[in-house]
Design a binder for this molecule. Structure first.
Ligand code: SAH
Length: 207
C-alpha cells in the first residue's frame, strides 16, 4: 500500500470517533486529499485540520467534511448542490456518495473553480459539474436538488437555495455573521424550514 493510501486509511479510522456512517468513512478513505491541496501543503493533507488553498480560502478539516456528509444523509442518485467548490475536495467526497454526475458546485473565484475543475478531472471525478458564479443564486438550471450545502458561512439560507431544494430535501450550512452555527434544515411541503442546530463552527464567509 502506498504511503498516501496508508495515511488516508489512518485518517478515516481516526474519524470513527466522530462519524459512524460507513459509506462516509469509505469516501474519506477513497478521495486523494493530497492531490487537492497546494503542493507545499501535501505533507499535511491527511492531518485532520483545515488548510489554506489560495485566494484567501480554506479547505475544511476532514472531520467537518465527514460530519457534513453524514448530516446530509446522502444516498446514491441524490442530486446535490454545493456552494463553495474551493479546491474540489468536498465535492469529490460528495461524489463518492451520490455519483459524480449528480454533483453541481458553484465557486465565486474563477481561479479556484478552474483549478478544482482540473483536479476533479485528474482524479476521476470529471463528471462533477463546476461553474464560476455567485452561489447565493444557486444553479437553477439543474434544480430541484435533493440536498444543498454551503461550505462558506451565510447570514441565513439564501432564498434562491431554499427555492431550488425540493420539498422534503435537506439544506446544510454554517449560519451566522461572526459566531456561526452549523444548521441542518429540512424543507417542509409549505416551503418553510425545520431547523436543527449542530453546534458552533468556523468557516470563511460567503462573498
Ligand atoms: N468545499 C471546499 C472548501 C471551500 S472554502 C473545499 O473542499 O475545498 C469556501 C469556498 O466558498 C471558497 O472557495 C470561497 O471562494 C467560496 N465562496 C465564498 N463565497 C461564495 C459565493 N458567494 N458563491 C460561491 N462560492 C463562494
Amino acid at each position: 500500500m502506498a504511503d498516501w493510501d496508508r495515511k488516508r486509511s489512518r485518517l478515516a479510522d481516526h474519524l470513527r470517533s466522530r462519524v459512524s456512517t460507513e459509506p462516509v468513512l469509505a469516501a474519506i478513505a477513497s478521495v486523494p486529499r493530497h492531490k487537492f491541496v497546494p503542493d507545499d501543503k501535501r505533507h499535511d493533507a491527511y492531518a485532520d485540520r483545515p488548510l489554506p488553498i489560495g485566494a484567501g480560502q480554506t479547505i475544511s478539516a476532514p472531520h467537518m467534511v465527514a460530519i457534513m456528509a453524514e448530516l446530509l444523509d446522502l444516498s446514491p442518485g441524490d442530486r446535490v448542490l454545493e456552494i463553495g467548490t474551493g479546491c474540489g475536495y468536498h465535492a469529490a467526497v460528495t461524489a463518492e456518495l451520490v455519483g459524480p454526475e449528480n454533483v453541481y458546485s458553484v465557486e465565486y473565484h474563477a481561479s479556484l473553480a478552474a483549478e478544482a475543475r482540473e483536479t476533479l478531472d485528474a482524479t476521476g471525478y470529471g463528471d462533477v459539474s463546476v461553474r464560476t458564479g455567485d452561489g447565493k443564486k444557486g444553479w437553477p438550471e439543474h434544480a430541484p436538488y435533493d440536498r444543498t450545502y454551503l461550505t462558506c458561512a451565510a447570514p441565513d439560507f439564501p432564498a434562491p437555495l431554499v427555492d431550488q431544494t425540493r420539498s422534503g430535501g435537506i439544506l446544510l450550512a454554517p449560519i451566522g455573521d461572526g459566531q456561526q452555527r452549523l444548521i441542518r434544515a429540512e424543507k417542509r411541503a409549505d416551503g418553510t424550514l425545520d431547523r436543527a442546530d449542530h453546534g458552533g463552527v468556523r468557516f470563511v464567509p460567503l462573498q
